[in-house]
Design a protein around this ligand. Structure first.
Ligand code: MN
Length: 199
């Protein structure tokens, strides 16, 4: 990447507030994603993308698939602060529904959304209800599409694997790779080890 590209990209990504060093990824300016397995009243996977200065979030009941034929329901949920991407543990009942949270996957992503033949900025793509991202995670990689199924802001979305080299109909990482990428623990271990502690 040339210096000029990097500078223009930095301008483009500039957020109103300085971001803490701990929150930034090791790979510089690339935005981050996290998928948190959340055992609340119902088990789901919270899919979060760094867009602007928040984590835009969706609850995916079945979790992400690596099979492009699967259309996984993704229910939009409230924006979370960037720092939340680091969280793994047990949360109180009055916070985001309580329950146990595991960092199931994380990494950086690239916006590959195009509109009328041009790259569309992430925030516009999110507003528009059509996002195409390329994930670089520990479990998931390659393209994923997020499509809003209605025109209203609270309409549901679908999360769909793009047909590419990382697509694999047989892999099913939600069941075959159930452990935390942060700690190697299962959700049961996190619940056991962190419940009733001093938090
Ligand atoms: Mn959740």
């Amino acid at each position: 990447m040339s210096t000029r590209d990097r500078d223009s990209r930095r301008d483009f990504d500039r957020s109103p507030e300085p971001r803490g060093g701990a929150v930034r990824s090791a790979s510089g300016d690339a935005p981050r994603f996290v998928i948190q397995k959340h055992d609340a009243s119902t088990l789901h996977y919270d899919f979060r993308l760094e867009i602007g200065d928040v984590l835009k979030s969706w609850a995916v009941p079945k979790g992400p698939s690596t099979d492009p034929r699967d259309k996984r329901l993704a229910i939009p949920t409230e924006d979370h602060p960037l720092e939340y991407a680091e969280f793994e543990g047990v949360i109180p009942e009055d916070q985001y529904g309580g329950g146990t949270v595991m960092i199931w996957d994380r990494g950086t992503f690239r916006n590959i959304t195009e509109k009328d033949g041009e790259r569309q900025p992430l925030e516009a793509a999110w507003e528009n209800g059509h996002l195409l991202v390329e994930l670089r995670g520990e479990k998931l990689s390659g393209g994923y599409a997020l499509h809003r199924t209605g025109s209203k802001q609270d309409a549901n979305w679908l999360l769909i694997k793009v047909e590419d080299e990382a697509a694999d109909a047989r892999r099913n990482p939600v069941s075959s790779e159930p452990k935390s990428v942060e700690s190697g623990r299962t959700i049961e271990q996190i619940a056991r080890e962190e419940d009733g502690s001093d938090r």
